[in-house]
Design a protein around this ligand. Structure first.
Ligand code: SF4
Length: 209
């Protein structure tokens, strides 16, 4: 199924939030805005590509290295004519997330355990693989909680070693991390990101020899 068709099905089912972006229908098509804003007195944009700039900086003008951080700026309204444009805009806000969410819904998601990701690193990041399971668990609790990232973790530290340092909801795709009480499309974390890999490297480097 194409992403636009999948998104249409989600919207039809009342699942209109993706991360901090809320998708609404208008007479002309669709309107995206920050979930905490009411459509109305918002700065209007009309191109899917406007999502690139809107997603780049937080409200203080600081670069957002992690697009799934709950720091999306407010005050904008993105008016789009077609579902294909909505998909493009959402891909800019949350890269690859629609396809990943669809894959998990179809039981085709492929979580990669942290240990496998770390063992694959080369160059200056190779040392990250030396992190212990206990250190990794504590680090995940610092780097990945919902107030720092809105993705839902689907992987383990290694087979049989679960994460214990995060609230249970952070590990359940059906859990509404923003607690909006509305239908939503999850943001699955299929494999740890570069920010966690870099933090693992720092942990290993700081640890006494
Ligand atoms: S590893 Fe996943 S959950 Fe953790 S910060 Fe990175 S993207 Fe978010």
């Amino acid at each position: 199924m194409k992403l636009a068709e999948k998104l249409a099905a989600w919207l039809e089912a009342g699942r209109a939030d993706l991360g901090e972006v809320r998708i609404g229908r208008t007479a002309e098509g669709f309107e995206l805005h920050h979930y905490l804003d009411e459509p109305g007195e918002l700065q209007s944009y009309q191109q899917a590509e406007d999502a690139i700039e809107l997603g780049k900086l937080d409200a203080a003008g600081k670069y957002r290295p992690l697009r799934s951080a709950p720091t999306l700026q407010r005050g904008w309204r993105l008016e789009l004519g077609s579902l294909e444009d909505v998909v493009r805009a959402l891909e800019f806000f949350y890269p690859a997330m629609l396809g990943t969410a669809a894959a998990f819904e179809e039981k085709a998601g492929r979580p990669v355990d942290l240990r496998e990701t770390l063992n694959r690193q080369s160059g200056m990041y190779r040392v990250a693989g030396k992190i212990t399971n206990e250190q990794a668990d504590a680090l995940i609790g610092e780097v990945c909680p919902p107030n720092r990232c809105l993705k839902t973790i689907t992987w383990q530290i290694e087979p049989g070693v679960a994460i214990t340092s995060l609230p249970a909801g952070k590990l359940e795709l059906g859990h509404d991390l923003l607690e909006c009480g509305r239908g939503f499309i999850p943001l699955p974390c299929e494999e740890c990101c570069n920010i966690l890999v870099a933090a693992a490297r720092e942990t290993v480097k700081r640890a006494p020899a």
